[in-house]
Design a protein around this ligand. Sequence first.
Ligand code: ZN
Length: 304
Amino acid sequence: MSRLTTSKISDRVYLIDTLAIGDRNTVAAYLLKGSKLALVDVGYASSADVVLAGLKELNVEPSDVDYLIPTHVHLDHGGGTGHLLERMPKAKVIAQERGVPHLIDPSRLVQSATSVFGEEMIRRFGTPKEVPAERITAVGEEMHLELGGLSLTAIHSPGHAPHQISVYVEEEKVLLAADAVGIMYPSLGVLIPTTPPPSLNPEQLSSTAEKLSQLDPKLLLAPHFGVRTDPKRVLAETTVKTNEWVAETREMKKRGLSADAIAAELKSGVLREAGLQAGDFPRYADVSVRTNVMGIMHYLEKNP
Ligand SMILES: [Zn+2]
């Protein structure tokens, strides 16, 4: 890897761009360095080598890593867990208890993701490897973890997915918010929700945002993508935008619009807000919008 994929956020916090299916600035992993080392989110299975190269750039050997913390089991966050573990002899996995069965046996998760993204995309994302159960510690509502000089709290953060945690770093007042916050691709410049199928719950998403806001974080690290200095605003905007997209989709669905037509409408709203022309809309953002509509439609089947 000739190009730099990492950036320093503080002496103890680093970003690794996982270069998801070849795209920069879309899926981040974060390295937390106390006397022990933790990697929060690991990217797609197909990004495992990029993540290892990123760690090397930060002078971290795979055998130095103590914890892998996939914030949830969606393939862009937890997909590479099993692949990396094979290279990291002492690493343990910290994950929300509802996600644990999918780390141990990813087959249902892969099946569900294939129905959303199609086989070609799944091939590009890579297939997760099974994670040995004895290497996983499950998080319920909350769990504290000492890295030596850094105290982490893993916090159950449902809404986007029931098996999601975010991570708060006490000493740095940094919140690694997982997909409890919307997507903020630097190329787009505006926040869009992240509401994929199959278990979106907007009410929970909003109470999670409220709960995380009360931590009063100074810095927010988003998986999609990067550092924000206005965490409370991002969390509040995520709730507002998610509710707007759900309401707009509900209304368009009632008018009989197809998922494609709804996605096109929402996309033109994003283009207007971002001040971009249709041709400037990034391909990966296009995928995000379509996936969001699928998730909201799925939610509306049960909550018309
Ligand atoms: Zn994600």
